[in-house]
Structure formats: structure tokens, C-alpha cells
Write a protein that binds this ligand. Structure first.
Ligand code: NAP
Length: 275
């Protein structure tokens, strides 16, 4: 079975359109503020894509573009202003920021009720405890895909390859909170394939094209490939993995589109909570 992220994303957005219309009746228009620091073309593209997705759904997108020389102090002041602006419901600071900026300090300046991208330390901790309103969007997307296709999580052995704070770690916590038995692999793990071979659920979050090989996949396993590498290539060697998996996300058209929908969903929910 191919886990169709475009279809899952469309269903989420159809539901969100109704929620946006209901908010409009109350005179509230959800608004996501995006902050882009510097002129990295890939980051600019991501911000533009997120802004367009907002617009299509009737969510306002407030774009803040700051020069690449911006200091931590200046960025924190901009974030504080957005925290205090009641017309803004969600704040997204595009990662990565230029190296002179203390990125952790900047993320942590975002008010928790506007942290729709799940980047603050508090949001991360709430997610670990299992009561975050807005977990990181890609982990939330992975869980949404599993749930949409009613793929069981409880009691399953999930192997997550990657432990970044926005992806590998939070998705591991979410799977653990749903009663999976979770193994996390990273760059210092010896013989990653030994772990992947035992997995009922494989989450690829490595950032290396075709890293996970078809022969590592246990027959019937579920494979979620969050990887997005140059040339639209995932972290899993798709053809080989698809042959052995019972279900797999393609790249593109798998985790990616659902991630954007999660950002929209969190923004709409933040607007609902503000009323
Ligand atoms: P990241 O911050 O670079 O983290 C990569 C993780 O992979 C690290 O934990 C690293 O281990 C681990 N790793 C690297 N080499 C490894 C190896 N040989 N064996 C085992 N583990 C290894 O990347 P990220 O931000 O989590 O992103 C991962 C992938 O997901 C990328 O392809 C990215 O483009 C994609 N992504 C997609 C979306 C989406 O919306 N679909 C969103 C975000 C990211 P260490 O911790 O030991 O360094």
C-alpha cells in the first residue's frame, strides 16, 4: 500500500476550510507570521510555499524578512512584537538562521500559544509528556498518516533513524506515548541495519539519499520516509523498500504535504483557542 500524503493532506485541509469559515463568522481570520532571516534561496522557497498554502485556505500570512546581519537581540525584539500582536496566531521562524544568531534563544522567545511549529523547549517538553497542543509538524504528519490509514502503533517495534530536535526525537516520543517500543538510531549507532531489520515501523529521518536499503526492511513493515534530499529523493531506497514493506510513503507526495497541512492545522487551532 502506498501511503498517499497528498490525499491525507487534502482531507485535513477540507476539514480546516470549514473551521476557517466558522472562525470568519466570529470575525477572526487565522494568521501565521513567518520570519525569514537572510537570503538563503531554499529557505525563501519554503517560506513562500507555506505562505501560498495559507492563502489557499484563507489563512493570512504575514511575512517578515530580515537582513542576514540581524543580531539575536534584534530578532528577539521582532518575535516579542509578534507575541504581543493579537492578530497573529502562529509564529514560524524559518530554520536555519544565520550563524551569528542564537537560534535556541530565538525559538524559545516564541510564546508557547503561538509555537505552531513546535520548536520551543517548552513545546518539546510538553510533547515528551504527551500533552503538546502543537508538536513539531513533521512528527505530527507521520502520526497523522499512520492514523489516517489506521496502522497500529501500540505494541509495535518502531525504529527511528535520526534524532534531530525537530524530527527524530519528537517523533520517537510521540510513538512511545502511543505505546510503541521505540529504538532510536543515529550517526554513532553501530550496524544501523541490525535495528531496522527488526522494525515493524521504520521512520527514516536521516537526511541521506537512499540510506535505508530494501534488504534491511522486515517483510510487512510500515515505512515512513521523512527524508527530502536534492532531486526529490527520500532517505529510503524506494523500490527495494516498497517490495518488502506492507505500506510506504513515497517521496515526493508522502510526509512532505502532510507536514504543511499540520502547520496550517496548528495555526487554525491557535486561532480557535484565541477566541
Ligand atoms: P538533521 O538535523 O541533519 O538530522 C539527521 C539525523 O540523522 C541526525 O540525528 C544524525 O545523527 C542522523 N544520521 C546522520 N547520519 C547517520 C547515519 N549514517 N546513520 C544513522 N543516523 C545518521 O536532519 P533533520 O532536520 O532531522 O532532517 C532529516 C531529513 O528529513 C532530511 O532529509 C530533511 O530534508 C527531511 N525533513 C523533511 C521534512 C518534511 O516536511 N518532509 C521536514 C524536516 C526535515 P547525529 O544526531 O548523531 O548527528
Amino acid at each position: 500500500m502506498i501511503l498517499d500524503g497528498n490525499d491525507v493532506s487534502k482531507r485535513i485541509k477540507d476539514k480546516l476550510a470549514l473551521q476557517v469559515a466558522a472562525l470568519e463568522q466570529k470575525g477572526v481570520r487565522p494568521c501565521l507570521a513567518t520570519i525569514l532571516v537572510g537570503d538563503d534561496p531554499a529557505s525563501a522557497t519554503y517560506v513562500r510555499m507555506k505562505g501560498n498554502a495559507c492563502k489557499r485556505l484563507g489563512i493570512e500570512s504575514k511575512k517578515i524578512e530580515l537582513p542576514k546581519e540581524t543580531t539575536t537581540k534584534e530578532l528577539l525584539a521582532v518575535i516579542r512584537e509578534l507575541n504581543n500582536d493579537s492578530s497573529v496566531h502562529g509564529i514560524l521562524l524559518q530554520h536555519p538562521v544565520p550563524s551569528q544568531i542564537d537560534e535556541r534563544a530565538a525559538f524559545d522567545e516564541i510564546a508557547i500559544e503561538k509555537d505552531v511549529d513546535g520548536v520551543t523547549t517548552l513545546g518539546f517538553a510538553q510533547n515528551a509528556f504527551g500533552f503538546a497542543h502543537y508538536p513539531s509538524c513533521t512528527p505530527a504528519a507521520i502520526l497523522a498518516i499512520l492514523d489516517h490509514y489506521q496502522l497500529p502503533i501500540e505494541g509495535k517495534h518502531a525504529v527511528v533513524v535520526g534524532r534531530s530536535p525537530i524530527l527524530g526525537k519528537p517523533v520517537s516520543q510521540m510513538l512511545l506515548n502511543r505505546n510503541a517500543t521505540v529504538t532510536i538510531c543515529h550517526s554513532r549507532t553501530e550496524n544501523v541495519s541490525d535495528f531496522v531489520e527488526k522494525a515493524d515501523i521504520v521512520v527514516a529521518a536521516v537526511g541521506k539519499p537512499n540510506f535505508i536499503q530494501g534488504e534491511w526492511i522486515k517483510s510487512g513493515a510500515v515505512v515512513l520516509d521523512a527524508g527530502y534530499n536534492k532531486g526529490n529523493i527520500g532517505d529510503c531506497e524506494y523500490d527495494g523498500c516498497a517490495q518488502r514493506a506492507s505500506a510506504i510513503t513515497p517521496v515526493p507526495g508522502g510526509v512532505g504535504p502532510v507536514t504543511i497541512s499540520m502547520l496550517l492545522k496548528h495555526t487554525v487551532e491557535a486561532a480557535e483557542r484565541s477566541v
